[in-house]
Design a protein. Structure first.
Length: 593
């Protein structure tokens, strides 16, 4: 179906004109830059609005179980983030040092994120549903010096890791129960409630000159093999955050914006905090987890105008039926956008029928740092298509060989497939402001993400004759569950640490709501018997080590896992067999069980 949904006036206006006229240099001028020169994300997100007389405007509205928990205006945020930067300085945490955040959606997490950027330290969000193992790995790779977390998360997940993290000198406690610890019990070495350090600060608002190319954020993401990759983003990225917030999310000054992603992930940081604040809008933050009735109530009562959410959440609303939104007045809602997983046409049709609005898909990755392909407020949608490249971005479909490697053309770059509907890998021409600058400590892995002038996304797509992109699938074994990226290797490694496990192969199996769920195939050590009890033990083992966001949901015992001649477990074959699909070329297999 073409042309679904109304065409409305938008910030971007006509797509073709914007694509022709847009330059990243011009977008840079939509921002202020630091008064003394340079560019700092936190200044653009917070202080510049105060400088423009917008300080009394609500920046963040936190909603807890009993309604509004706290409101921070831009002036409040400017003051608290400046004080947080002072706290870091007083602890000797300086430019370039890594600060991690591990908390639910509580006000001081947002203060810590932006305050860290003001201090020219580097912030890395960690997801509160990660278990100790993913947390340890990420803090170790990042050489984190300071962690901001809650007393409960510290006790449950971090306390036991301290010996393995000698560089982690400081832990600042925020959120529930943190104030009660002021001047009292210490939960571990260097663990101090943040509130205990506020009195020593002055609120001096100065942001030091920041080079736009200085690292600002590290977002960990998962590959097919090896440890998580820490994608490094610089302050310059804010140019792309801001431009896409205007052009894709269509944000205008008076908007009430709700991004449902958790700031423990790239969407929740880039579009739940930074991008909307650079536009001076009010962001609603729901401190609780998904609940269909509450979500509709929130949309109505907060008069949300722009809503950025994910297919899993939309499918959960769809499943909840009409009752939870009957009688709700959603008339304030102007624009709905989605990200993170394929937005199936069924959900788009549901949105048109039940919410009376199109849901506009957007595509991007941790590595790209900002939205790259999208459907725009002023253009029609094609349900199932992720849209067209944002102004300033050149996207192409490039050829892969049978083993999935991108082919190199005569010019040393990829072979671009120009014919309509050809299947290939999505590639984006570098540079752009929010493109990652490296993977922490892994320059070789970074280098393999590029061929000539092109960044290779790893996603398989088609582009139709009119230039719209259609997502086909991932080109690797990485799993997307409820919008969260999960590296199979991380899950396999955790299972292999259990004494009964000899080998493990982990895949994603399709799920109608969350997209994919993690399933592990496990071969047991000689003499170990498969049993229901052992299966439950392994599921529990996974949950305790990896956390609910990463742990396998299903475990199958299988002694002869299919392997290549070089001994690598063939996840693809496990998946093909699980789904009853053709098994493809088995010539490199050692075992064909
Ligand atoms: C922002 C974010 C990136 C991967 C990406 C792709 C999948 C994201 C999508 C989509 C289909 C969309 N993905 N948006 N797939 N349609 N609109 O999610 O970053 O966590 O790094 O995941 O997510 O496979 O490669 P990240």
């Amino acid at each position: 179906m073409n042309g679904a949904g109304p065409t409305v006036a938008s910030v971007m206006g006509d797509y073709g004109t914007a694509r022709r006229e847009f330059t990243w240099d011009s977008a840079r001028r939509w921002l202020d830059g630091l008064p003394g020169g340079g560019l700092n994300i936190a200044y653009e997100a917070v202080d510049r609005h105060v400088a423009h007389g917008h300080g009394a405007h609500p920046a963040l509205r936190f909603l807890g179980p009993d309604g509004v928990d706290q409101v921070l205006t831009y002036a409040d945020l400017a003051d608290r983030t400046a004080r947080f930067a002072e706290v870091l300085r007083s602890l000797g945490v300086g430019p370039g040092d890594l600060v991690c955040g591990l908390a639910g959606r509580v006000p001081d997490l947002y203060v810590a994120l932006l305050g860290t950027l003001k201090a020219r330290s580097v912030f890395s969000p960690l997801f509160s549903a990660f278990g100790p193992e993913p947390l340890r790995q990420r803090m170790q790779i990042g050489e984190a010096r300071l962690l901001v977390t809650t007393p409960a998360l510290y006790r449950k997940k971090v306390a036991g890791l301290r010996e393995t993290l000698p560089l982690l000198e400081h832990v600042l406690l925020i959120g529930a129960g943190a104030e009660d610890l002021v001047g009292g019990e210490r939960l571990g070495p260097g663990v101090v409630p943040l509130a205990e350090l506020w009195p020593g600060t002055t609120g001096d608002p100065v942001v030091e000159p920041t080079d736009p190319e200085e690292p600002a954020l590290v977002h960990f993401t998962s590959g097919t093999t090896g440890t998580p990759k820490g994608a490094v983003h610089v302050h310059e990225a804010v140019v792309a955050h801001h431009a896409t917030a205007r052009y894709v999310l269509d944000l205008r000054d008076d908007d009430i914006f709700w991004c449902t992603a958790d700031p423990g992930w790239v969407t929740g940081t880039s579009y739940g905090v930074i991008a909307p604040l650079t536009c001076g809008v009010t962001c609603v933050v729901d401190e609780l987890e998904f609940d269909a009735r509450r979500w509709y109530r929130l949309l109505e009562e907060e008069r949300v105008t722009v809503w950025y959410t994910a297919p899993t959440a939309l499918r959960m609303l769809m499943k909840a039926g009409s009752a939870p939104h009957e009688g709700r007045d959603l008339s304030a809602l102007r624009h709905i956008a989605s990200v993170g997983e394929p937005l199936n046409p069924e959900v788009v049709h549901w949105g048109l029928a039940e919410l009376d609005r199109p849901i506009r898909d957007t595509w991007w990755q941790t590595e790209t740092g900002a939205i790259m392909v999208a459907n725009y407020a002023a253009t029609e949608i094609r349900p199932g298509s992720m849209g067209r490249p944002v102004p300033g971005i050149d996207a192409a479909v490039v050829a892969r060989d049978v083993e999935g490697h991108v082919l190199t053309g005569v010019d040393g770059g990829p072979v671009v497939l120009d014919e309509p509907d050809a299947l290939g890998e999505l590639a984006l021409r570098r540079p752009w402001p929010s493109l990652m600058r490296t993977y922490l400590g892994a320059p070789d892995r970074y280098a393999t993400a590029f061929l000539g002038d092109w960044y290779l996304s790893g996603d398989l797509v088609r582009r139709d004759a009119d230039g719209w992109f259609w997502f086909v699938g991932r080109g690797d074994d990485v799993i997307k569950s409820a919008g969260h990226l999960i590296g199979p290797f991380e899950v396999e490694s955790a299972l292999l640490e259990h004494h009964a496990v000899a080998e493990a192969g982990v895949i994603g199996v399709p799920d109608p709501v969350v997209g994919e769920v993690v399933k592990a195939f496990v071969a047991l050590k000689p003499g170990v018997e498969a049993s229901e009890e052992l299966r439950r033990e392994l599921l529990g083992w996974g949950r305790t080590r990896l956390g609910s966001a990463v742990a396998p949901r299903e475990i199958a015992f299988q002694q002869d896992l299919p392997k290549t001649r070089s001994g690598k477990i063939m996840r693809r074959l496990l998946k093909a067999r699980e789904l009853g699909l053709p098994e493809g070329d088995l010539s490199t297999l050692e075992v064909s069980s």
